[in-house]
Design a protein around this ligand. Structure first.
Ligand SMILES: [Ca+2]
Ligand SMILES: [Ca+2]
Length: 267
């Protein structure tokens, strides 16, 4: 009994040390890196692609029912934060009052011309009451090429968005068995609206607004609504894929432009 208690206390100390020793984690892979603040609503930031920061804030929020406001996942009680190698981070949060747990896994993949941040979010009912419904929000404020006001974000379909700035493009797609989000939103920044307006749902229902776009300091988000019985869980998985042309392509584009200018001068 006493021995079990001691092990329990030691485990608790170890877990606490894991949480408090690092709040900002840095993942790295070939030609890319990203930071994640597990205790701030900013969430994921400073995704470096092509030597330039591309992300102001990529984060998640939650709400149960519609008589309250959504809150950032990072304001929940963090119970674990474990980085594995340079590419993987697992973070766990709980709300013991309502009885749910949220686990987020981040995976960074680098390369030559294509770069990927994968996020897998699992929500589990660990309490004694049905969560009716549980609303999960994904909010993304990319500032491609580290400039905020010249990006164009477009809703491709109900679970896919694209954002571009010049030759740099960013595609976000849902993966695997991820349920189609009930709502999405693309436009000016709306995280404050989301987290200060009681019962706020994103402004476009699934199936509507295809091709809708916004140019400026764009943000976009998705909202999943799931009824979660006691012990039940659901998982969403997304890939954020940034693509930059190969250096050879850039040179070819440059030569093409020069050739075009020469032709114009001759004409
Ligand atoms: Ca930009
Ligand atoms: Ca933006």
């Amino acid at each position: 009994m006493l021995k079990g208690l001691r092990i329990g206390v030691l485990t608790l100390i170890a877990a606490t040390a894991t949480v408090s020793s690092a709040q900002i984690f840095t993942l790295t892979d070939t030609n890319t890196s990203v930071k994640i603040n597990t205790l701030s609503s900013v969430g994921l930031f400073d995704w470096i692609v092509g030597g330039t920061d591309q992300v102001f804030s990529n984060t998640y929020a939650w709400r149960v029912g519609d008589s309250s406001i959504a809150d950032a996942v990072q304001n929940l009680t963090q119970v674990s934060a474990v980085q594995t190698g340079t590419r993987f981070l697992d973070v766990g949060y709980v709300n013991n009052t309502l009885g749910f747990r949220i686990d987020i896994t981040y995976v960074l993949t680098g390369g030559a011309t294509s770069f990927d941040v994968a996020e897998i979010v699992r929500v589990t009912n660990i309490g004694n009451n049905v969560l009716l419904p549980f609303r999960l929000f994904q909010y993304n404020d990319f500032d491609l090429n580290n400039t905020a006001n010249n990006d164009t974000a477009t809703r491709i379909n109900s679970s896919q968005m694209q954002q571009v700035d010049g030759v740099l493009s960013l595609n976000m797609v849902s993966e695997g068995a991820t349920p189609v989000p009930a709502f999405s939103q693309v436009g000016p920044l709306f995280f404050t609206t989301l987290t200060t307006t009681s019962g706020y749902n994103l402004d476009t229902a699934a199936g509507l607004g295809l091709g809708q776009n916004f140019t400026g300091d764009a943000a976009y988000g998705f909202q999943w609504n799931q009824n979660l019985g006691v012990g039940q869980s659901f998982t969403i998985s997304t890939d954020k894929i940034a693509a930059v042309p190969e250096p050879g392509t850039m040179v070819a584009l440059g030569l093409g432009a020069i050739a075009l200018l020469r032709r114009r001068k001759k004409a």
